[in-house]
Design a protein around this ligand. Structure first.
Ligand SMILES: [Ca+2]
Ligand SMILES: [Ca+2]
Length: 201
């Protein structure tokens, strides 16, 4: 053993500067940890703000009011932009706002009804091209979600959903961010529009 130690270069046994190296390693790990905590906190804050903005936007949308020269949809987006304090970039391609009208609360997210019975149907439990269906949202095709894209009229049931991909900056992007290094944010709210009369936008 002693013979082996004698063969090692002198710098191998030198301990000068070890503390500096240890400090560099530990401080780097601490910095990474702190940065991750800050980033996750920012993501949580953005989610809370997004949910709050959804509550406010849907409440506004349910009134049917739109200032002259703008639509309800424009104002709904403006409310989300304002209430998320710049943490959610509504100009980003990942930002998506869906405002859908449904005939009832029970039918939210449900597919349009179709007839799976012969002779046109094939009894496989799913819709196939050529089978009869009810075009609930009136777009001329069968949809697996019957929601009509609109903020609705008086008394309508409306589902608001907003999605946004939060860009991660730290090593968390590698762990949780998928191929694009982003963490999805989503908030939804269902409201019944107020009976403001006729002619809602
Ligand atoms: Ca079928
Ligand atoms: Ca349809």
């Amino acid at each position: 053993m002693l013979r082996l130690r004698n063969r090692l270069p002198k710098w191998w046994a030198c301990t000068k500067g070890a503390t500096v190296v240890e400090f560099a390693i530990v401080s780097s790990l601490l910095f990474l940890l702190m940065f991750s905590v800050v980033e996750l906190s920012m993501h949580s804050l953005a989610k809370v703000l997004l949910e709050g903005s959804m509550r406010e936007a849907s409440r506004y949308g349910s009134t049917g009011y739109a200032p002259k020269g703008s639509s309800r949809e424009d104002n709904i987006r403006a409310i989300i932009d304002d209430r998320t304090l710049g943490l959610v970039n509504i100009s980003d391609p990942s930002f998506k706002l869906d405002v859908l009208v449904y005939p009832s609360f029970e039918e939210i997210g449900a597919p349009e009804p179709f007839n799976d019975e012969p002779p046109l149907g094939n009894l496989n439990g799913i819709y196939d091209v050529g089978e009869e269906y009810t075009d609930v949202n009136g777009n001329g095709q069968w949809d697996d979600d019957m929601g009509l894209s609109s903020a609705g009229g008086p008394g309508d049931i409306v589902l608001y959903t907003v999605r946004y991909d939060w860009p991660l900056l730290s090593y968390l992007a590698t762990l949780f961010g998928g191929p694009e290094g982003k963490l999805p944010l989503k908030a939804s709210m269902v409201v019944r529009n107020e009976p403001w009369g006729t002619g809602g936008t």
